[in-house]
Design a protein. Structure first.
Lengths: 630, 653
């Protein structure tokens, strides 16, 4: 009874279901004796993971702070930006800097956000990274070090993005958590008649949001015009801050770059220009040009205006009032508005600057005020509003669900869209079923450029703002943030050109990624853990994905199947996906013939979740193949 | 057996294939069923478009003519809602967030997700309109009504365009129907989304009809594979609709009868049908865990809610060794700075893991801590923990107790130092955390073991559960009446959601709600004052700093409430009757307090004493601590610390 003549049966199934998506796959199959399906081999992945630093669980060395002696404390969490500083001495590979996107009181680490720095060396035999013991100039000894902000430049909050200079590995940290009053850094910013003022803190008050020291802050700085200036404590937040990862200490707040809810930035190859993006609607694309390479204490500050002759309008950065109120200066200058600028990255091969505009669903009302005060829209958003029938970007109808990646060309001084997020579809008409989106790029956030096999790739990390309108595929009940690669040689790239890196544990959002200078590893921060992942992958985490030096450009590309009859399969170990030459429905059976996976309307399937072993693939048009996963 | 079915099915398909190839299109296939559902959905979208169009016209007329046109406006509103309900199952399944944000979300402000600021979003959509159009003075709101209906038309058009293109799959249909069954019972029938009109029962009919029609498209196929399932499914759906028709009164509707006789059977049969048709289940399409166990056949099965999803653990990690170790730690006062207090000091097994105090005693007897100790049984079924919702996992909850100077008053370094002096503890940690040699005795493993123990404190075996599942023949009539009130007239079920009867929102169970009730500081009737505890607004999460989160507290479970007095975040009320009386009067506002963002309706519930007694009887029928209350006989030994070995299991006080 069990021995069905499967090949006959399968070949006739194709006729039954004209509509491929309606195929029902049997829960169990038994292959007939002697039936030998074509076997496809999935070689072992060249990529492997190594955990480096677990937030909240690993200990950091702290400096004397708030009257406590130097000591140890559990590291802060919510890893976001990751920076890398190469070791010129070649004694080690270099230093890793990790941002903690949180606001949290800590007697030893300091209140607010923070950073952790540590040094890694590559084991010559295993290729793994070892976190090496260090002794710093301030006497601290250990592996992981809290970056001291409290005793240097003042606390930071919600450290999100930052800058990792491609020139020399200098590191800046950013804080998008824009504050507008002292109560908003400590006592809460709400104005309810019932809740305002000093309320009892959380039980015991041992751990809480905020920065307890709200006394006015006297700036000590080598930036002209700011030294000795007394500001209200909240005004000492939201500056880009340079740190020294080698000594785990902060160097200076960049008062001359303006006070904005900064997220990302990048140093140009001339080591003179710095491009900056604030996570805000409107967000203003900003640049600082130093008087001399490498000295960022002196120079001029500009804001981008797409309709100005040379695109950049100077904002006087010697006037502290203007730097404290950068936004109103930018608006008055008629600057161009964007919708939440996140990370900024540069391709060392070309000098082109890439940045993410992560989007927010309804930015119109956030833009409208500033537009009436003089700020302007990018031509792209203006055209998009017209094309979609929404009028103008400031209209309440304007929708920006998915965001996009921009490229800025220093040669033309112009911002253009590199890749639009999506599924981008015509709001006037439903997408046809056959054209239904198979890939989704939603709310790109973390961004970097990585060299693989001599070629530049963008590394794009998603951070979903929501799940509506296709930000997660139909029939998927969990939010998933993907890690994508995009070959920067691709002309007019679309979402279909993205390459998914499945080495990342499912459901763990990658917040930031940066490649090691030797090209072998991608260093990754993640948060928003999913329960499928065992410890420590369900925690805020820094890990390395090794093996990128074994990947070739052609190994990442979609296979070229040519004009061949019938179903063709191509397993790609680098992406752990099996590619098909046509969109199909597919069931995967284990070696015992039990159905374990079903995919619908796919051109590739991720098999990274399958343990090594033999499987059978069965397609809706009646073909059976054997897949051996190694 | 199942295998045999599968093979038979393939034979059937094979035969039908040949049949098909010779004899035109007579054979009814899966593609035909799916095509029918698609057609139904398209028709439903068209009908809703038309209904909203009419609603827009009426709203415009109302804006000009005022109250003369109110009946027509209300009629148009109800018609639009019924049109929505008919396709609710697929609209929600395809894009639940869009439905919540634009079409039928709760009439409460929210904060925009993922932006680095507190950005308040005012509610829009059909629920807000339900309150306005059937409110006290619709005429005073006529402009707002017209604007909201206009916006609805706009947003529905966008939703329709997007959803019209989603390629349906068989599993979408079955999943959407099963989630709709949960939604109808836990939300629709309680009046959750009909706050003004109270039109919950006709809407439940419409929602059920829409879902039933979709399954009906599959009945011929189900009939081939599992004739009994097909017959029962068809009959139960018919009877359920008939029962809804025959019992139109919201206050007296027999919700328990409906649950037992129709809803749970449909929930089970729709799964059996899906399995008989060999349509893939969620576990075969996603690596990520689901909040509900899709294979559960009853909303009150003890594994209906998937504990691994809530515990943030893969199944292997929530294991016996960790639970056993966590249990020892839970009762071990060595965790506190004075070696006299344990978790069990405030979470006593005999009181369903509460302590009988209004607010728990602080460390060293120095006053009290901020809030009442909640029960830990079923605490796992939450998205966030603490009354102010500050932490997203039980593991992260532990550190607050450890560090709070009124609770354990210590830190993990000190605890690790102490525990490491016990060979026995070393051994237990080494066995439970063998897979993580670097972190065997660590802040993580201590927190994780405690979290595993708390996650093991689960109870769905009360007399009520047994009765619902048919394991018990009868339930006290007063409790039956109480359940019907709880889920209906008394509105309890609109916040204490079935089946855990806590604030974890069905049907997805992925979000925990908090509510502003306006609980007073004292029972004083002459000078009532709002309790000063700020609640969620002071959770230490920046996203919670919105004015409407002031005095907002997590909705805790009412399971085992008979054992957990006193009640509320401040332990104000010492009996269930007092609690019900507070709600019956309309919460803080009903008592005359100024509570600007109270989420509890301030209108009295008009419950009489008998009804209050019935509600209490229902809650008492939710008592079950079987197998959960055993206390360890001894605690691990410390070789070099003889005085520590004198410590008391569970703590001195």
């Amino acid at each position: 009874m069990k021995k069905v003549i499967l090949s006959l049966l399968l070949s006739s199934m194709a006729m039954l279901f004209v509509n491929a998506q309606a195929t029902i796959f049997a829960e169990e199959i038994e292959l007939p004796d002697g039936f030998v399906p074509e076997t496809v081999l999935m070689p072992p992945s060249p990529l492997s993971l190594q955990v480096l630093f677990v937030g909240g669980v690993d200990l950091v060395q702290t400096t004397p702070t708030y009257g406590y002696e130097a000591g140890i404390a559990y590291a802060k969490e919510w890893h976001d930006f990751i920076g890398f500083t190469p070791d010129e001495t070649e004694e080690s590979l270099g230093w890793i800097s990790v941002n903690h996107e949180m606001i949290y009181q800590d007697d030893r680490i300091g209140d607010g956000g923070g950073m952790t720095a540590f040094r890694v060396a590559r084991d010559p035999i295993t290729g793994l990274l070892n976190v090496v013991d260090q002794q710093l100039e301030d006497g601290r000894k250990g592996k992981f070090f809290n970056v001291d902000f409290v005793n240097t430049v003042g606390e930071t909050g919600m450290n999100c993005g930052g800058i990792s200079s491609v020139v020399d590995g200098r590191i800046w940290t950013a804080e998008e958590w824009f504050r507008s009053s002292n109560s908003s850094i400590y006592n809460g910013s709400f104005t309810s008649s019932q809740g305002s003022g000093g309320y009892p803190k959380a039980p015991g008050g041992a751990e809480n949001q905020g920065v307890r020291d709200t006394a006015s802050f006297v700036i000590s700085s080598d930036i002209e015009g700011f030294d000795g200036l007394e500001v209200r404590k909240f005004e000492n937040f939201n500056w880009m801050v340079e740190i020294d990862p080698r000594q785990a200490t902060a160097i200076r707040k960049q008062y001359n770059w303006g006070r904005q809810p900064y997220e990302g930035g990048t140093v140009a190859l001339d080591n003179t220009t710095i491009y900056l993006g604030p996570d805000d609607t409107p967000g203003f694309w900003t640049k600082f040009v130093a008087d001399a390479p490498g000295d960022f204490t002196k120079g001029k500050l500009y804001v981008y205006k797409a309709d100005a002759d040379d695109r950049w309008i100077e904002i006087d950065n010697t006037d502290p009032e203007k730097m404290l109120n950068f936004k109103s200066q930018a608006v008055a200058a008629g600057a161009t508005m964007y919708n939440r600028i996140e990370w900024v990255a540069i391709d060392p091969a070309t000098g082109l600057v890439y940045w993410t505009e992560t989007g927010r669903d309804s930015p119109g009302s956030r833009w409208a005020d500033e537009e009436s005060a003089g700020a302007t829209h990018d031509p792209y958003h203006i055209q998009r509003a017209i094309d979609k029938g929404w009028g103008t970007p400031s209209s309440s109808d304007y929708r920006d669900y998915y965001g996009r990646v921009w490229v800025y060309d220093p040669a033309t001084n112009y911002n253009t869209v590199l890749i639009e997020g999506g599924p981008e579809w015509d709001e006037e008409e439903s997408p046809a079923e056959a054209d239904y989106f198979r890939k989704h790029l939603s709310n790109p956030d973390g961004l970097n450029v990585m060299n693989i096999d001599g070629q530049s790739f963008l590394v794009i990390c998603e951070d979903l703002n929501g799940r509506s309108y296709g930000r997660v595929p139909a029939g998927v009940s969990n939010n998933t943030c993907e890690l994508w690669l995009l070959d920067l040689n691709t002309e007019n790239p679309t979402v279909d050109d993205l390459i998914r890196i499945s080495a990342v544990p499912a459901g763990a959002e990658v917040t930031g990624a940066i490649a090691t200078p030797d090209g072998k590893s991608l260093l990754v921060n993640s948060q928003h853990p999913s329960s499928t992942n065992p410890f420590p992958f369900n925690h805020s985490l820094t890990y390395a994905i090794h093996g990128f030096d074994e990947i070739t450009v052609s190994g990442l590309e979609d296979p070229q199947f040519g004009d061949v009859e019938g179903l063709q399969l191509y397993p790609n170990p680098a992406t752990r996906a099996v590619y098909f030459n046509q969109a199909i429905d597919l069931a995967i059976y284990n070696a015992d013939g039990q159905r374990i996976k079903v995919f619908r309307n796919v051109t590739q399937v991720d098999v990274s979740g399958l343990p090594a072993g033999a499987y059978f693939l069965q397609t809706s048009d009646g073909q059976t193949k054997k897949l051996v996963v190694n | 057996m199942k295998k045999l079915y599968g093979i038979l099915y393939l034979f059937a398909l094979l035969l039908s294939t040949h049949f098909l190839s010779f004899s035109s299109q007579l054979e009814y296939t899966g593609a035909d069923a799916l095509g029918q559902v698609k057609q139904q959905f398209e028709t439903g979208l068209e009908e809703m478009t038309a209904a909203i169009h009419t609603y827009e016209e009426q709203a415009e007329r109302f804006a000009q003519q005022g109250n003369n046109n109110l009946p027509a406006l209300q009629h148009a509103h109800l018609a639009a809602r019924l049109a929505f309900k008919k396709i609710e199952f697929l609209l929600e399944y395809n894009d639940r967030e869009a439905v919540k944000k634009y079409l039928n979300g709760p009439p409460l402000p929210t904060t925009e997700a993922k932006v680095p600021e507190v950005r308040i979003i005012e509610p829009i959509g059909l629920q807000v309109l339900d309150e306005l159009v059937f409110g006290e003075s619709p005429e005073a709101e006529k402009e707002q009504i017209a604007a909201l209906v206009n916006q609805l038309g706009h947003d529905f058009a966008a939703a329709r365009t997007y959803q019209g293109g989603i390629p349906l799959q068989h599993r979408f249909v079955f999943e959407a129907v099963r989630y709709e069954l949960i939604r109808i019972f836990t939300l629709g029938l309680t009046g959750f989304d009909t706050p003004g009109s109270g039109n919950a029962l006709p809407e439940a009919s419409a929602a059920l009809k829409g879902a039933a029609d979709a399954l009906a498209a599959y009945l011929p196929l189900i009939e081939q594979q599992a004739p009994a399932v097909a017959r029962q499914l068809a009959a139960t759906q018919q009877q359920a609709l008939a029962y809804l028709q025959a019992n139109p009164d919201f206050d007296t509707f027999g919700r328990l009868h409906f649950l037992k006789t129709f809803l749970n059977p449909m929930f089970a049969l729709s799964l059996q049908a899906q399995e008989a048709l060999q349509i893939e289940l969620p576990g075969e399409v996603s690596e990520l865990p689901q909040s509900i166990n899709y294979r559960a056949g009853n909303l009150f099965d003890d594994d209906f809610l998937n504990v691994h999803y809530f515990a943030n653990h893969s199944p292997g990690e929530l294991n016996d060794k960790r639970v056993a170790l966590g249990r020892l730690l839970f009762f071990d006062p060595i965790l506190s700075s004075n070696n006299q207090r344990s978790c069990a000091s405030c979470h006593q097994p005999g009181r369903a893991f509460t302590d009988g105090q209004d607010k728990s005693l602080a460390l060293n007897g120095e006053g009290k801590i901020q809030r009442n100790a909640p029960t830990l049984i079923n605490a796992i079924y939450s998205e966030r923990y603490f009354y102010d919702l500050r932490e997203p996992s039980l593991e992260r909850q532990v550190k607050h107790v450890v560090r709070d100077h009124k609770e354990f008053g210590t830190d993990f370094l000190a605890i690790i130092d102490k525990l490491s002096r016990s060979q026995e503890y070393w051994q237990l940690f080494a066995e439970a955390y063998q897979s993580q040699p670097q972190y065997q005795l660590s802040k993580w493993s201590i927190s994780d073991a405690l979290a595993c123990y708390v996650a093991s404190l689960r109870s769905f075996n009360s007399p009520f559960d047994q009765y619902v599942r048919g394991e018990k023949e009868t339930l006290e009539p007063l409790a039956v009446q109480g359940f019907n009130l709880f889920m209906g007239k008394a509105s309890c079920g609109t916040c204490h959601f079935a089946p855990a009867f806590n604030g974890t929102v069905p049907p997805y169970y992925q979000e925990s709600e908090s509510e502003v009730l306006g609980v007073p500081a004292t029972q004083s009737e002459s000078r009532p004052a709002l309790d000063s505890d700020p609640g969620r607004i002071a959770s230490a999460r920046p996203q919670d700093e919105a004015p409407f989160y002031a005095h907002s507290f997590k909705t805790v479970t009412v399971r085992n409430a008979a054992l957990t007095a006193p009640y509320m975040h401040n332990g104000l009320y010492s009996s269930l009757e007092e609690v019900i009386d507070f709600y019956n009067k309309g919460g803080g506002r009903g008592l005359g307090l100024d509570v600007p963002y109270q989420t509890l309706p301030e209108t009295p519930l008009n419950l009489n004493e008998q009804e209050i007694a019935a509600l209490a009887a229902f809650m008492e029928s939710l008592t079950d601590t079987t197998g959960l209350t055993a206390v360890p006989e001894r605690l691990p030994m410390f070789e070099g610390e003889p005085e520590w070995n004198e410590r008391v299991v569970g703590g001195v006080y």
